[in-house]
Design a protein around this ligand. Structure first.
Ligand SMILES: [Ca+2]
Ligand SMILES: [Ca+2]
Ligand SMILES: [Ca+2]
Ligand SMILES: [Ca+2]
Ligand SMILES: [Zn+2]
Length: 402
């Protein structure tokens, strides 16, 4: 009797195990889950962090710092009614950190919702500044242009950049709207820092180029160069000491690491510049552009706990996803980090902040891929500007990190 019962149990269990294996395999084959996608990108990126070789690319496709500087000056002088260009300060290698402001009455600080767009925290992530340069050009080129039938089908602005085929002709976003550009420019204030880390861009490296004096700045000699600027923001800084294993490989206090976070919060000129700007302005939404992985990720990055505004992050995130077709989720599930811009912006001031991980590589060499990515994110940027107008969220009072 006992043996029979055992046999039956084993048979049932075997079928159960096989069933579970088959069904989970099938579901993995049908649609890779969020976690599957994340784990593939995670493994690639964590390996990438170990790689300190500068990124060398053919000239022409991507702007150099000097080319961008010249372009922005030209755009400003030809469009000074809606565009201003200011330096947020110098980097270690004496380059200006340029900030573009776009709005009507651009020299006034009007009572309009403010949006912040940042590129190139990491100097080897080329498209992260190109999409923003493209966006600036799109705005100034379309602002005073009359509504145009871009695709010559007799209708005007029938298919704006929103990821949808609005007029059901089989083409997507083929007739961008000049009115939309005007509306956003007239009714919001857009602050764009296309290249936060110009020293890193010129060197083709992730970090900036400032010297380090040991992990905590205690050495008299230079021990290495560069800080990962997107680990240098002052939020939950001490968690690295409390939970070192949780952040292993993605946030480091080893100054030679590619994800070295700096000797203390805001030790770097570039992050200091952002802190000052954010303390003076009242941003509603921020997009921080990076490469790669085709992701839209939002706080928290330091904990698996959900943010208070998780529902809002998800709902705005889904609208962004509609436009760029990226994967949406909480950033900790890519990998846990401390001191990234979005955790700090949201944690300190409740700015609704997303990291956009563009594309499949740090520097695609196909201009068509870059162009498509840029157009998509013109749509994303316009959308978050529009969204900022109806966003009823009270910013927290600014508390600088102590
Ligand atoms: Ca048009
Ligand atoms: Ca048309
Ligand atoms: Ca269409
Ligand atoms: Ca469309
Ligand atoms: Zn990055």
């Amino acid at each position: 009797m006992y043996g029979d019962c055992m046999k039956k149990t084993i048979v049932v269990l075997t079928f159960l195990v096989i069933g579970v294996m088959i069904s989970s395999n099938i579901s993995a084959m049908i649609s890779p889950t969020f976690e599957d996608k994340m784990s593939i990108i995670r493994n690639e990126k964590l390996k990438d962090f170990q790689n300190n070789v500068p990124l060398i690319i053919d000239s022409g496709l991507y702007h150099t710092y000097d080319e961008m500087t010249e372009l922005l000056h030209n755009l400003e002088s030809n469009n000074s009614d809606i565009m201003s260009l200011t330096s947020l300060g110098k980097t270690y290698e004496d380059r200006d950190i340029w900030m573009v402001k776009i709005s009507d009455n651009v020299s006034n600080n009007e009572d309009e919702p403010e949006v912040l767009l940042i590129g190139a925290h990491h100097g080897n992530e080329k498209p992260s500044y190109e999409v923003l340069i493209y966006f600036i050009k799109h705005i100034v080129q379309n602002y005073s242009r009359k509504n145009t039938d871009n695709d010559g089908d007799g209708e005007v602005n029938e298919d704006p950049i929103d990821g949808m085929d609005n007029d059901i002709d089989g083409l997507i976003d083929e007739d961008p709207s000049e009115d939309r550009v005007r509306d956003v420019t007239n009714n919001t204030e857009i602050y764009i820092i296309p290249m936060l880390n110009p020293d890193g861009v010129e060197a083709g490296i992730r970090k900036n180029c400032a010297p380090n004096y040991g992990p905590f700045g205690l050495s008299k000699e230079i021990t290495s160069y560069g800080v990962d600027l997107n680990r240098n923001y002052g939020y939950r800084w001490f968690f690295l000491f409390i939970f070192p294993k949780f952040y292993f490989l993605s946030t480091s206090y080893d100054d030679e690491s590619n994800v070295y976070r700096g000797e203390k919060p805001f030790s770097e000129l570039e992050t200091k510049a952002i802190r000052k700007l954010v303390s003076e302005q009242d941003f509603k939404i921020c997009l921080s552009y990076h490469t790669y992985g085709k992701l839209i990720i939002y706080p928290w990055g330091y904990t698996k706990l959900p943010a208070k505004d998780k529902k809002l992050f998800e709902s705005i995130g889904k609208d962004i996803k509609q436009i760029n077709n990226y994967t949406l989720g909480q950033s900790v599930f890519l990998y846990p980090t401390i001191g990234d811009a979005c955790d700090w912006l949201y944690g300190r001031k409740r700015v609704i902040s997303y990291t956009i991980e563009l594309g499949d590589s740090h520097a695609p060499s196909d201009p068509a891929i870059l162009e498509e990515m840029s157009i998509r994110h013109v749509g994303v940027n316009l959308y978050i500007c529009e969204k900022s107008k109806s966003l009823k969220i009270k910013n927290r009072g600014f508390t600088p990190f102590v």
